[in-house]
Write a protein that binds this ligand. Structure first.
Ligand code: ADP
Ligand code: MG
Length: 729
């Protein structure tokens, strides 16, 4: 009997749900581990409090002396909650989060005067060892050291006994070494551009804030079972494994009740989220067995991004207590749905208006249409860059594989808005007659209902769908840091809004048009220009692939091919033009992502080779020997008749040999291709080689191994099977 697998199964089956204490009402505990408004009022001087507020609202700098006072208050609060250490918490380009803990405790060299110390210096800046984080050549070029700097717009929080201070991570020459710094710049760019445009409609608008509500999908698997699979441990997904006889066909997981052990995990997780001020709201089963989703109330984008990164950490930590492992991988199991991270995005004004929500008056609807059409135009112009922003080795299993959504970026807007755009296309060029204006206001713009019935979740195949009062970017991968896609999207739209403003102002000035006439004129042209990006049909169909090709839309199915758009002249100009990233920062990210892709495929290749040879082949031989023995016995008993009687066994012996040969020879070939790829010095070529030369062997090897899994005695099969991984509670 296979000991690892069966011992793991025994463990998994004997678990009992962990008791979770019911905490106080959610509203009472919410944010109690966050240095939020309420706590700041309590622990800061009014000067310090005002400085932080102004930094959050207007981006003003906090001077050093004030920083000392703020640090003092923060320390006092933290110590009152039993905190012993502090860390600058940041998001390096590896994805994930990083932290380096320092104790508050300090003493003089002779051990006298022990104190808990934490001053402005420690709050504002820290120097982690940057050499251990990827920097894509930035450091080499500038011989710069990296430092982390406090981001006062995202509040400090306590996790465990550590005070975590959200920071950016930059080189001494100012290049961003992390995901947050470019995001903050993109948010500021769109704030500026969108505020200017919003002022056409309301002079009082002073600030526009992009909002983000992510939806995080994930799989849970029992810890013992996960540990029994070397592929899950090393790569986060199964590289082998035959589909379970029962998968998601019956949809019984989606509509079923949440198992108690899982529910307790979720409750525990939600309690932690509440303390950390992450406003999680919904939880439910997803389509695949053991797949779930968690979604918060949307927030300002920088905070939402931090919260998602933090959540992914917390999820794994809480899972430990419940003997689970969380799989964030986009496709942990073949044959069942994968996981995504839908990014719901909109723009909110400081006057309390959602710029992507239809309003009650014609003017507010014209404002809505302005932001709506400009977003479509931005996606149209930068579709390839948007695709690049979500490219990763693991997301390749969704985009462009047999999985939702496709690798082609398109925008779904629903039938009602399609009709509105069609009508706007007919707007007269230049000045509008009073009759036309009235007609537009009453019958076109005025008739947009404030609830758009067909903009719910109906078209699940669209990668970028308008869902009534926000756009939902669904192609983002479940492992992704939201910062990458949010930086790209907000920069694109910022650029578009800037251009729009220029065009409208020019029409007002040169053609003597009224403001609304000018807006109608520019929107009309955009609608004409961007039809190619709109698609309402089935995004998974072959017909769409063909149609999209005709329309000239990109369809990059793999990361190395998709990433190229990041370093195109168009992308460089965009990021540089808006001050979001200079070309060194863009190129560095490109290189890091290619490297990460290469390493991921390399590791998968190695692990696959190992388990195919060390698990599958020995088991196959063991079983084959049993068959051989059986055939020998039959021959002994039946003499020359044995061939007829042992027919099936003989065929199986041969078939097993065939699969063993298939695995062995292909692992050899794959290893050969890896060697060749490793000898390449150009990272672009290396990534392409891993993609086109190494990766194709994965499916071939898997095919043989999965066939063997079906043939071989279940008792001796060593790798925990899909039905066990997917259905254990
Ligand atoms: P559902 O799609 O489940 O019916 P909603 O459409 O209300 O629910 O919201 C889905 C997600 O969109 C949630 O995570 C929510 O926080 C987010 N969301 C809702 N409104 C906005 C907005 N204006 N900006 C960003 N995200 C939003
Ligand atoms: Mg959704």
């Amino acid at each position: 009997m296979s000991t690892i697998r069966f011992r793991a199964l025994e463990k998994a089956n004997s678990r009992t749900p962990i008791h979770v204490e019911e905490l106080d009402k959610k509203s009472t505990i919410f944010g109690s581990n966050v240095f939020n408004d309420k706590t700041m009022r309590q622990f800061l001087t009014s000067e310090g409090y005002k400085a932080v507020k102004s930094a959050v609202q207007h981006g003003t700098k906090i001077d050093r002396k004030l920083a000392d006072y703020i640090a003092l208050g923060m320390k006092e609060w933290a110590l009152s909650k039993g905190v012993t250490h502090y860390t600058h918490w940041f998001q390096p380009l590896t994805g994930g989060t990083a932290e380096k803990h320092d104790a508050f405790f300090e003493t003089s060299f002779d051990g006298a005067d022990p104190v808990e110390k934490f001053g402005g210096d420690q709050l504002v800046q820290q120097e982690p060892d940057a050499s251990s984080f990827p920097n894509g050549g930035i450091r080499n070029t500038f011989e710069a050291r990296g430092y982390t700097a406090w981001d006062p717009t995202s509040p400090a929080f306590i996790f465990g006994t550590t005070l975590c201070i959200p920071t950016v991570f930059v080189s001494y020459t100012g290049e961003a070494l992390d995901n947050k710094a470019p995001l903050l710049r993109a948010l500021s760019a769109i704030d500026e551009a969108a505020t200017e445009v919003a002022k056409y409609f309301d002079k009082n608008v002073k600030k526009v804030t992009p909002t983000l509500g992510w939806e995080q999908e994930y799989f849970l698997v029992d810890k013992a079972l996960a540990n029994s699979r070397p592929d899950i441990m090393a790569t986060g997904r199964t590289l082998l494994g035959h589909t379970a006889a029962k998968g998601q066909q019956l949809d019984d997981h989606y509509f079923g009740s949440i198992p108690t052990r899982v529910l307790n995990y979720m409750r525990d997780l939600e309690n932690e989220c509440m303390l950390l001020g992450i406003p999680v709201k919904t939880r439910h089963n997803e389509v695949a067995p053991s797949q779930f989703e968690l979604a918060p109330i949307f927030e300002e984008t920088n905070l939402a991004v931090d919260h998602n990164s933090l959540l992914m950490d917390v999820m794994q930590k809480v899972a430990e207590r419940h003997e689970y492992k969380v799989l964030f991988h986009e496709k942990p199991y073949k044959g069942v749905n994968g996981s995504g991270k839908h990014n719901n995005w909109s723009l909110a004004t400081d006057t309390g208006i959602n710029l992507l929500a239809p309003g009650k008056t014609p003017m507010s609807n014209l404002q809505f249409l302005t932001f709506f059409v400009n977003t479509i135009k931005a996606v149209h112009d930068y579709e390839e860059l948007l695709r690049a922003a979500i490219a990763s080795a693991s997301n390749d299993h969704r985009l462009g594989a047999n999985e939702a959504p496709p690798a082609i970026i398109s925008v779904f807007i629903g039938a009602q808005l399609t009709r509105v755009l069609a009508e706007l296309e007919g707007v007269t060029n230049g000045k509008l007659s009073p009759e036309e204006k009235t007609d537009l206001k009453l019958n076109v713009v005025g008739k947009i209902p404030d609830v758009l019935l067909d903009n719910t979740d109906r078209n699940r195949t669209s990668p970028f769908a308008f869902t009534g009062n926000k756009f939902e970017f669904r192609a983002v991968g479940s492992t992704a840091n939201c910062a990458t896609s949010m930086t790209t999207l907000n920069t694109m739209v910022a650029k578009q809004l800037r251009d729009f403003k220029k065009e409208v102002d020019a029409l007002i000035k040169k053609k003597d048009l009224k403001k609304d006439e000018a807006i109608f004129n520019v929107l009309r042209e955009y609608i004409k220009q961007t039809k190619n990006i709109l698609f309402e049909g089935d995004g998974y169909s072959e017909a769409w692939e063909k149609e999209a090709k005709k329309r000239g839309l990109s369809n990059h199915k793999t990361t190395p091919s998709a990433l190229k758009a990041k370093v195109s002249k168009k992308a460089m100009d965009l990021f540089e033009g808006l001050g979001v990233m200079n070309h060194v920062e863009v190129e560095a990210r490109y290189e890091i992502e290619l490297e990460e892709y290469t390493k991921k495929i390399q590791i998968e290749g190695r692990v696959l080779g190992d388990i195919a040879r060390n698990h599958v082949i020995p088991t196959a031989i063991k079983y084959q020997n049993t068959l051989i023995e059986n055939v020998r016995g039959l021959k002994e008993i039946f003499g020359k008749d044995f061939e007829k009687i042992a027919k099936e066994q003989l065929a199986m012996i041969k078939e097993i040999s065939g699969h063993i040969e298939g695995i062995n020879s292909n692992v050899d070939k794959m290893t050969e291709e890896r060697k060749k790829a490793n000898n390449l010095t150009d990272i672009e070529k290396m990534a392409a080689a891993y993609c086109d030369k190494v990766k194709p062997y994965f499916d071939i090897i898997r095919e043989h191994a999965d066939k063997l899994e079906l043939m071989i005695d279940d008792e001796i099969w060593t790798l925990t099977k899909y039905r066990e991984l997917l259905f254990a509670k």
